[in-house]
Design a protein around this ligand. Sequence first.
Ligand code: KG4
Ligand code: ZN
Length: 345
Amino acid sequence: MRILAIESSCDDLACCVFEGPDNLLAQRTASQEKTHSPFGGIVPEIASREHLNSISTLVKNTLALLPEDKKKIDGVAVTYSPGLVGSLLVGLNFAKGFALSQNIPFIGVNHLEGHLMSAFLEEKKPQFPFLGLVVSGGHTNLYWVEGVGKRKLLGMTVDDAAGEAYDKVAKILGLGYPGGPILDKLAQLGNPKAVPFTLAKVKKGKYFTSFSGLKTAVFEYVRENKIAENLKNVPIEKSKEALDLIASFQKTVAQSVLRLMLAAYEEFKCPRWVVAGGVACNSEIRKTLQEAATKHKAKLFIPSPKFCTDNAAMIAWVGHEYLKQGIHSDLSLNAIPYEKVDLFA
Ligand code: KG4
Ligand code: ZN
């Protein structure tokens, strides 16, 4: 079954044609990083308008990459939730129109299920059930995953997502958007033990975390030590105080993420851990989780960075699974900006 997949939930627009996890026939992405960087974050209205400008050309160019004997598409998969509603609507409506014009089924895919299943795009694939952690710009969600469409949300951040904290810290240091990759690189030059941040304690329980306290502590540190002012005169690569702060922040985020996974491991004793989403590109998180997995004799599955950040292949993988089972969506499917919270009892 050959599937066209579209992901447009946030600022990236991605399209691919997929015949199975090891057979990604064509893919194209239109990034809006340069557009949003001066704002230090995504401007939703601009994101959806830019998607609208790019989508038909992007899909056409992706289809043009297909060999002559593989041009026929059997189904369409598209992200319908969660995300920025304007951005979601562009991809969703285009996918509906495409499916209608070709008289083929279409399936709406949950973006977070896409991230969780992105581990199957790699050669080394997990088996169900597994403990899954999505760390992205919009979410920090911990799941018990038993299969496609069978997942329970165990807990999450009670305020900022991990990626959001990265982006806001980068913004206050005047470093542009997205902040994660920039801070990750700079963190390598600092001392992670220099600033002793504390891990958040969340009353809701062990599967919950928080990043807003850490973000505020970073902001306070920047203000008290006049770091933003000092950076006007010194390049950040030469500012020991800024580099130490970034390294310490990065270490604390990684420890918070580790703590969530270990809390679930303690309870479920499941030795298969999946970590996905844009923040799973982070070098400290990858290292910290790998060390812990080795220690606990668990297998860690973190996709390569191109499958951690938003991509169409993860949407295609999930859509393919549903369409193979004959499950598809009705053309009346609407975009849903928020994930339905169904906490594990
Ligand atoms: O999954 P994703 O591409 O989009 C969402 O669904 O949100 O994640 C984007 C987030 C951004 O906040 C970005 O700063 C963060 O992932 N990110 C990173 C790294 N690479 C991307 N955060 C920390 N370290 C990185 N290396
Ligand atoms: Zn995402």
